[in-house]
Design a protein around this ligand. Sequence first.
Ligand code: ADP
Ligand code: MG
Length: 305
Amino acid sequence: IIESLSDLEKVEVLGHGDGGTVYKVRHKKSSCIYALKVLRFDNNAATGILQQVAREAEILKLVDSPYVIRCHGVFDSGAFMSPDHSNNEGGGDLCFVMEYMEGGSLHDVLRARQRLPEQLISRVAKCVLQGLRYLHAMQIVHRDIKPSNLLINGRGEIKIADFGVSHMVAGADEACDLHMGTYAYMSPERFDPERWGGRNADGFAGDVWSLGLVVLQCYVGRFPLIGPGQKPDWPTLMCVICFGDQRLEMPETASPEFRSFIWRCLEKDWRKRAKVDELLDHPFVNKTCCASTDQELVNFVFPVD
Ligand code: ADP
Ligand code: MG
C-alpha cells in the first residue's frame, strides 16, 4: 500500500506526453516498481478543469480490468517534485501511481520492429477491444486510442492507458491545442461533426475508428492515411479522414479476415461502423489470434539476441 509520495523514489523517466511526465519509481519498503505520472498545473489552470480532472481521477481508481492500466493511487501535491514543498501554492502536481508496463508502448515496439505479423496484431486488437468493452460499459469513452497509449508488460499483456485525464488538461481549448498526436487517429464525426453527423454521436464509435487505424499501422509500418513524405498537418489529415477513401489504404497482401476487420472499423459513417461486440466476434479476433501465444508477443517485444 502506498500511503504517500515519499514512499516512492524515482528510477528513471519513461516518457513525456501532452500533460506531463511519466517516471519509473520504486516503492522503498517493498521494492515494487510502479509508473508515476505527474501532471503539472500552473496557477492559471481554470478551477473547472481542476475539478474535472479530480473527478476523472476518482473514476480512474474505480477502473478494474486486466485490459486497462491499473491506478493504485492519486496524490495531489507538489511534494514529489520539490522536496521542500515550495511548489504547493496555487498550481502544483497531480500524481497517478500506476502499474508498470516493462514493454513500453506499442509506439516503442513499432519504432523498434516497424511491423507486427498478423497473428500478433490480432492479439493487440483483442486486448484493446476487451479494454474498450469494459470502459464503454462504464460509459467511459477513451478518445485517444493510439500506439503510444497502448502499453505492453513482460507477460505479453496489452492494456489501454492514458484515458481522459491528461487529454482534458492539454485539450482544454481543443481548437488551438490540437496537434498531430491528438487528431491523427480522430474519426470523421469528431473531425468534422457537421458533415459526418458527429453532433448526435455518443463517442464510442470514435474509439473503434482509432483502433482500426492502429491495427492498420501495425501492418503497414507507418501512419497509414498519409504517404511517407507527406506532412501530417491539419489540412492534410482533414482531407484524408473526411474525404479520402480508406479502401485505397487496404493492404492487398493482408488476409481477407484482416481486411474485413479493418474495413468494419474504418467505416466513415459512425452509425454503420462496427460496434465493439461485433468486432470481438469477428474471425480476425477469434481465429487469427489463436494462431499465436502471449509468449510469441513477449519474444517479439523483448527479442533475445
Ligand atoms: P501522456 O498523457 O503524457 O501521453 P501517457 O500516460 O500516455 O501520458 O504516458 C506517456 C508515455 O509514458 C507512454 O507513451 C509510455 O511510453 C510511458 N508510460 C506511461 N505509462 C506507463 C506505464 N504504466 N508503464 C510504462 N511506461 C509508461
Ligand atoms: Mg499518451
